[in-house]
Design a protein around this ligand. Structure first.
Ligand code: HEC
Length: 257
């Protein structure tokens, strides 16, 4: 070994590594050249799905269909009840009573003014509990709800003078059944004990007053009332048709008798 190699100058190590790097570059290019040369040719299209997979998939779909037909329970809500029999007539979901329905509507539509207990707000909103406007002739309260009310009114010994909104077709547009329900509720809640008011009766009153746009005045409310309709209890058969279905005029006339 020469003296030089044994004892390299201060710069020699960096020169060596530079040379090494150059060599490595050449090698690397060689390797890459090989790789580029031997690369697989690109080609168009998809590789085909194995045919047995397609059959498997078709069989799976078929089995799924058969399974649903056999075990879906006709997608019925009562499929888990012990009485369930596939393909036999559909049981109706339990319906809430008119009063229960009325309670819900009262909470949503009336309680903000007349209060949850029906006592109203002194001087502003009259009470419904113990008010003879509520428990008297059903046409009176039907008129109030369908067209609204304004001007002075005496309720349970106090005078009020405000605006009661209309809930009929020209107002907040509750349907007949909802109006009947809330009227029945306020007539029978908080110690009130008046007769039920059915959707058919409301249907008739809406026919009479639905087109009226002016709210009632207290002194008009008891004028020209019709006979009190017989409140036939709601028959399950009568419910067969959709609850909101409009009764024909003939039916209304019959219900009025
Ligand atoms: C925006 C407040 C408000 C709402 C909501 C409201 N009312 Fe009234 N209601 C009044 C006011 C005010 C009066 C009194 C009107 C007047 O002074 O002429 C009144 C009067 C009445 C009356 C006659 C007077 C009495 O106390 O017996 C009845 C019945 C009545 N409302 C029932 C209802 C029912 C049922 C609902 C829900 C469907 C309802 N109201 C929703 C404000 C309201």
């Amino acid at each position: 070994m020469s003296e030089y190699e044994k004892n390299p100058g201060p710069n020699s190590s960096s020169r060596q590594s530079l040379e090494q790097a150059a060599m490595q570059d050449e090698q690397m290019q060689d390797v890459h050249a090989q790789l580029m040369r031997e690369k697989e040719e690109p080609h168009e299209g998809f590789s085909p799905v194995p045919i047995f997979l397609m059959f498997l998939f078709a069989a799976l779909c078929f089995w799924g269909g058969v399974y649903l037909v056999e075990y879906s329970g006709d997608y019925r809500w009562d499929a888990y009840s012990p009485d369930f029999k596939a393909g036999v007539e559909r049981a109706k979901p339990p319906e809430i009573s008119l009063v229960e329905r009325g309670a819900r509507i009262y909470r949503n539509q009336c309680a903000q003014c007349h209060q949850a207990e029906g006592n109203g707000v002194a001087g502003v909103y009259p009470p419904l509990a113990g008010a003879d406007w509520v428990t008297g002739h059903p046409e009176v309260i039907a008129r109030i709800l369908i067209n609204g009310l304004n001007g002075p009114i005496e309720v349970a010994g106090n005078t009020y003078n405000g605006n009661m909104p209309a809930f009929g077709p020209n107002g907040l547009a509750l349907n007949d059944r909802d109006i009947a329900a809330v009227i029945t509720y306020v007539r029978q809640e908080w110690g009130n004990a008046a007769s039920e008011v059915t959707p058919d009766m409301i249907n008739q009153y809406v026919g009479d007053y639905g087109s009226r746009t002016a709210p009632w005045k207290a002194e008009e409310l008891r004028e020209g009332l019709g006979p009190v309709p017989e409140a036939a209890p709601e028959e399950p058969e009568a419910d067969g048709e959709a609850p909101e279905a409009e009764a024909s005029d003939a039916e209304v006339a019959m219900a009025a008798e």
